[in-house]
Design a protein around this ligand. Structure first.
Ligand code: SF4
Length: 720
């Protein structure tokens, strides 16, 4: 049998995966690992083997260790297999009626803004589209936000501010064709491994390719790079402000490009002068030697083709939008946008963070990259969806949404494919928020997460290998996730559960889809509706796909307008941007002072992923070979700090601040800068540890994007 081609469900690289199936497991074997069920209600899961899809343009056959272990995660252990209402097993019909009734009761009593959906970059685009349509289009509230808020909403805001649209200009191939790659706040060797493998292979083929890593930690990526700038945490804005000042001073500007395709440069240059932006200021703020910075700036200005990749080190900051904007502006000033081998590149963390943006999964978006604050866009979407109850204004962003639950303003929440009790900042407050809700509905494919424990209604969702739809990776490439396993027991797609609830609320006509292909067609048609090139996101060429075409859809990069069915590798190559004037905008993204520790909390805590685990480990935690890499949580700390605390490597440490407390082993790490510590994000109460790093993180967000600052949390640390 031919391999089934699908897409990896983990990071934003979006690798193609080829799957082959063996014999189904015997029902008797399944019964040994499943909760009590009738044997005839269990679908048989076949043995699965995976390898990289040789033809997929994201990975050309490569998979990282997580992707290679996907077959270990498709078993039925720990699966949520039937609906539950108030702790009791229920039929789907009863559970859906209860969701609809409690949702409607809350709206009737407290208004549409008293309900919320909290969704996920794990959802497929089709699930996301239906969730957004139901909440914004028919319930009439924009209180739908996503865990992608924690991942890339800062990049979205910066793209819109500077380019006029949420568009990633380049593609992965640019990383192989650049002369200089700058990785900012990205441990790509661990977090986006296949792209890093492509970069390393490119460097072997073209040894002059220079790789610079900007990161306070000496990560695995920094170890293998040509240069590492271990800047002061949070000082990125000063670094890029200094670069702009250097380019102005030494006249490395792309004058023709600036004159023809941008606006606001003169004002920005004046603002830089007025606040004395300079090499010396940047060196002082970043903690770097002036000579090191000067060499770096000279290298950037001289490089013919530069790609700057930015990720969570930039995005998860209280000044993230300013810092990301500073990066984009440096590329504009040097003319390094939309060119082969040159551009600014935001790497998304999740498999479908980009797809969520496309359908409007953020509370301040509408759909198809339209703005909820734009009356013309609201009118267009209202007519397309044939609704007169479209949400009139933006909803609450993730952190504010959960605060509104804690204060009683939001009383009903439906959470899909995410575990906010572990991933949102100030975890103890999130617990209070969910406990205060009248009704918490959770759709998930596993049967025990910290969030599920607080659910009134649990809905069994289909998982990877059972779901059918599309995802979009960091280079705007839409790929199919295909179902190759039958849905076990009573598991169902999220879009189906949403449509069934919508029908019970009285919206049958608008939610009568025959399947994922029909939803995708509508999503594509909306993107092209009255567009005529005015908006960046256009899937017009995909709006009339037959079901068979959809099944066979090859990976393609948006925009895919009718006149360009092959898709678009790069954007802005013609110097046209999606602002009202068609010009990119320079703004004064002035840098903010980096956060410092205090006498009470002298260490700055950084947090992030490790190489072999994914988020809260509900899938990767099932693979013994992935657990072999790092089996338990830790706090990485410089050996001199450890000695000063009177502690040793592997000793249990207490990490605390006014928000919470953790208890993990020390990992002596000379790659840490003194005064800084690092903890992974994967462990929580449900995997039996006291390492819930989000319980320490303040609910402080970037004022524009609403993305929480996970990277610089003041803490105290002591041996136990
Ligand atoms: Fe999956 Fe990312 Fe690894 Fe590719 S790099 S196999 S998308 S986890």
């Amino acid at each position: 049998m031919a391999d089934m081609l699908t897409t990896c469900p983990y990071c934003g690289v979006g690798c193609g995966v080829a799957v082959s199936l063996g014999e189904p497991a015997a029902v008797s074997e399944l019964l040994a690992v499943l909760p009590p069920l009738e044997s005839d209600s269990i679908s048989q899961h076949a043995a699965v083997t995976v390898h990289g899809d040789d033809k997929h343009p994201a990975n050309y056959g490569r998979l990282c260790v997580k992707g290679s272990a996907l077959a270990d995660t498709t078993g039925l252990e720990r699966r949520l297999l039937y609906p539950q209402v108030d702790g009791l097993r229920a039929s789907w019909a009863h559970a859906l009626s209860q969701v609809a009734q409690r949702l409607q009761d809350t709206i009737d009593n407290y208004g549409p803004d008293s309900v919320a959906f909290y969704v996920s970059g794990q959802l497929l685009t089709e699930d996301y589209y239906v969730a957004n349509k139901l909440m914004k289009g028919f319930i009439g509230s924009a209180n739908i936000d996503t865990n992608s808020r924690l991942c890339m909403s800062t990049a979205v805001a910066a793209h819109k501010q500077i380019f006029g649209s949420d568009s990633v200009p380049g593609c992965y191939e640019d990383l192989e064709l650049a002369d200089l790659i700058i990785l900012v706040g990205s441990n790509m060797a661990w977090t986006h491994p296949v792209i890093y493998q492509r970069i390393i292979a490119a460097k072997k083929a073209r040894p002059h390719l220079h790789i610079v890593v900007i990161d306070p930690r000496r990560t695995a990526t920094a170890e293998s790079a040509d240069s590492h700038l271990a800047i002061t945490p949070g000082s990125d804005g000063f670094l890029f402000d200094g670069l702009l000042a250097y380019a102005i001073k030494h006249d490395h500007l792309a004058h023709d490009f600036i004159a023809a395709h941008t606006e606001g440069f003169a004002a920005l240059a004046s603002a830089c002068t007025a606040r004395n932006a300079s090499l010396a200021v940047a060196a002082a703020a970043t903690g770097m030697d002036e000579s090191v910075l000067s060499d770096f700036y000279a290298m950037v200005c001289a490089a013919p083709k530069t790609v700057t990749v930015f990720s969570q080190g930039i995005n998860q900051s209280a000044a993230g939008v300013d810092n990301a904007s500073a990066i984009l502006q440096c590329h504009l000033a040097l003319g390094h946008i939309g060119q082969v081998g040159a551009g600014a590149f935001s790497m998304t963390g999740q498999p479908n963070a980009m797809g969520g943006r496309e359908v409007g999964g953020l509370a301040n978006q509408l759909a198809a990259h339209m703005d909820i604050g734009n009356a013309e866009h609201r009118d267009l979407v209202s007519r397309f969806w044939q609704t007169d109850t479209l949400a009139p204004r933006a909803g609450l962003k993730a952190v504010d949404m959960f605060e509104a639950m804690a204060s009683g303003k939001i009383r009903f929440v439906w959470i899909m494919a995410t575990n906010p009790l572990v991933s949102l900042p100030d975890a103890n407050r999130v617990h209070e928020a969910l406990a205060a809700c009248d009704c918490v509905v959770v759709s998930d494919c596993v049967d025990d997460t910290d969030t599920l424990r607080l659910a009134d209604i649990r809905l069994p969702a289909s998982g990877w290998g059972e779901k059918d739809g599309t995802v979009t990776n960091s280079e705007r490439r839409i790929s199919r996730q295909r179902a190759f396993l039958t849905m076990p027991s009573e598991a169902k797609p999220d879009w189906w559960a949403l449509c069934e609830v919508a029908k019970r609320l009285g919206y049958s006509k608008a939610f009568d889809y025959s399947g994922a292909a029909a939803i995708f067609r509508e999503h594509a048609a909306l993107s092209a509706f009255e567009n005529q090139g005015r908006r960046d996101f256009d899937l017009g060429a995909l709006a009339a796909l037959t079901d068979a075409d959809y099944d066979a859809l090859e990976p393609v990069q948006w925009p895919v307008p009718i006149e360009r069915p092959e898709g678009s590798k790069r954007l802005f190559s013609d110097g046209h941007f999606f602002t009202p004037t068609g010009r990119a905008r320079f703004i004064d993204a002035h840098p903010s002072a980096a956060k410092a520790g205090s006498a009470t909390y002298p260490f700055l805590l950084n947090s992030g992923r490790i190489r072999d685990q994914w988020h809260t480990m509900t899938r990767t935690g099932r693979s013994p070979r992935l657990l072999n890499h790092i089996a338990e949580p830790f706090v990485a700390i410089h050996p001199d700090d450890l000695a000063e605390l009177g502690a040793q490597d592997a000793q249990l440490m207490r990490i605390h601040n006014r928000f919470g407390r953790c208890q993990v082993r020390a990992l002596s790490d000379a790659g840490m800068t003194r005064g800084q510590v690092f903890m992974p994000i994967h462990w929580s109460a449900s995997n039996a540890s006291q390492a819930l790093v989000s319980s320490l993180v303040a609910p402080q967000c970037d004022p524009i994007s609403g993305q929480p600052a996970f990277k610089q949390t003041p803490v105290a640390i002591s041996p136990l």
